[in-house]
Design a protein around this ligand. Sequence first.
Ligand code: SF4
Length: 338
Amino acid sequence: MQEAFLYQKFDGGEVLCQLCAHYCVIASGKKGLCQVRENVDGTLYSLVYGRTISQGIDPIEKKPLYHFYPGSRSFSIATPGCNFRCDWCQNWEISQMPREQHFIAGQKQSPEDIVASAARSNCRSIAYTYTEPTIFFEYSYDTARLAREACIANVYVSNGYMSAEMLELFHPWLNAANIDLKAFRDETYRKYVGARLQPVLDSLKKLSDYGVWLEVTTLVIPGVNDDPLELQDIAEFIATELGPDTPWHVSRFFPQYKMDQIPPTPPESLQHAVEIGRKAGLKYVYMGNLGEEISTNCPTCGTLLICRNRFELSNQVDERGCCFHCGEKIAGVGMAGR
Ligand code: SF4
């Protein structure tokens, strides 16, 4: 077992885990809320270090990150566990495994193994994804440092519930993140997720301030967060606090896990969310999970610059990262297609 980073010891054997915004106080012999960090006689351990439950080579667009080396491949890994318990989780078999099955599966792989596999498969980045990467922080941190030495970028796909201490330690190694902003109502976070809204907003602002390339995703769920006023609150927060260049992905919900009775999001609701985003001043708003082509148009002249479908990507952003037609700078990292 790997001793955890970011915790404090108290007299009597309790510890305070400072990895995520739950800040669990854990008695000796007990685990934290995520069930993957255990206090053994006053020392906190990560139970998932080096235990990969899922890995694959994905297009970076699948994260989704549309403005970070478009068309590149990302070596994607996860360990079991999560600090949230979303009723609509699409990866609940692995994210909730430690809580529901009281079991932690996974194949032993060192950070060196992961970076070697990413390099061998010509991946531009390593994505810490599928479950919540914050709860396998020590593993991702060691991997990320090695990846940087190999000129491979690091990407988090996260619920944004990191502690300020974790972000302070990790941001120099993190190149990009897609953060879920699941709702803009604290009661929604408490009811469906088992967390609070404010720490997610705080993480988004910190990541933006640190200069990590940031994209935001909202899964639009009928009856949960599809109220136009709530979507407007999300869009305005992104535009004012993170900047109008921040891409916002509004994704279609499909029934799953504990929400198998709720119908899929009507495409019109996503279209409405796009209009709300544009009205709030966001330059790049994308619909997700619709199975259609995804386009990036120049926000100034409207020229089609990047066209993505399941099989290929065409990219006409020029070598300076600008629209070839009007010269507008296209926000992002490694945007040039030629
Ligand atoms: S990572 Fe979060 S949920 Fe897990 S033990 Fe630490 S504070 Fe608790």
